[in-house]
Design a protein. Structure first.
Length: 267
């Protein structure tokens, strides 16, 4: 018999409070999720870490994460450790669904540790992000393929982002040994890490809808691309390991006029 699987939900809502500080109005997590406030109470942005109380996700698990950033609020979300997707005996996939909403004037930095897709695992992620006009975002997703060089059976990611009610970025990624061409030269080749960073910032958009920052190569297999639907850039990186991917991404952030601190991007 296959395992039942864990169904878990986490929800985080923040609003702009007194003295302009960002305050959590809802912090809720079911195991394995635990939300922890880090740093000083008057820090800007507000720092929240997601920690896990058990291994996973394992095949059959279903996780749901909801984040709501109110007007004028500033939030940074990270994680204490990498998530490791592992297979189940019945080969069922695990699922993580994330929904993010950012109101006008709100800012979010989303930079969790990588998801490591263990050998034989089947993990699917679906992320939906809705930004109002004037909202800002740095969103990073990092996928590492395999433990000790053993690739996952299937690693699927779907990201859909809207800005001011219109489409900004939508991407489907399918990787793994059971995906036709999923680890071939047209997709990841020999690279073991795929890292993507989406930047949405009003200052990157000139009057009339043109970008201040041009498309450019960052390294072999890595580039910075302006997006047509708004003041947004995409940094897409293929690398041998996580540290290398983060260094290449830092080059793209610097080209966009942003700086980095250890382990996280910062505006």
């Amino acid at each position: 018999m296959g395992r039942t699987g864990i169904h878990a939900r986490a929800r985080l809502t923040v609003r702009r409070g007194k003295r302009g500080l960002t305050v959590p109005t809802e912090m809720f997590g079911e195991p394995p999720y635990h939300l922890l406030r880090a740093g000083r109470a008057d820090a800007v942005p507000l720092h929240i870490f997601m920690t896990g109380s058990c291994a996973g996700p394992l095949g059959g698990d279903r996780y749901t994460v909801e984040v709501d950033v109110g007007a004028g609020a500033a939030l940074e979300v990270g994680s204490a450790a990498a998530a490791v997707a592992l297979p189940s005996s019945d080969r069922r996939p695990s699922h993580t669904a994330t929904t993010i909403r950012i109101a006008t004037g709100g800012r979010l930095i989303w930079s969790p540790q990588p998801t490591i897709h263990g050998g034989g695992s089947r993990h699917h992620t679906a992320t939906t992000i809705e930004l109002d006009a004037g909202a800002g975002l740095i969103y990073r997703e990092t996928q590492a393929l395999g433990l000790h060089g053993v690739p996952p059976a299937e690693a699927r990611s779907h990201i859909k982002v809207t800005f001011d009610g219109g489409p900004l970025w939508e991407q489907h990624t399918a990787l793994g040994s059971d995906v036709h061409g999923g680890t071939g030269p047209a997709v990841t080749g020999r690279a073991r890490v795929l890292q993507q960073t989406l930047i949405v910032h009003p200052d990157m958009w000139c009057p009339g809808g043109t970008h201040r920052i041009p498309a450019q190569a960052l390294a072999p297999g890595s580039c910075l691309l302006p997006l047509a639907g708004g003041p947004a850039l995409l940094i897409s990186v293929l690398a041998d390991h996580h540290d290398q991917a983060t260094r290449i991404s830092a080059t793209g952030l610097a080209a966009a006029g942003l700086t980095t601190a250890p382990g996280r991007p910062v505006t």
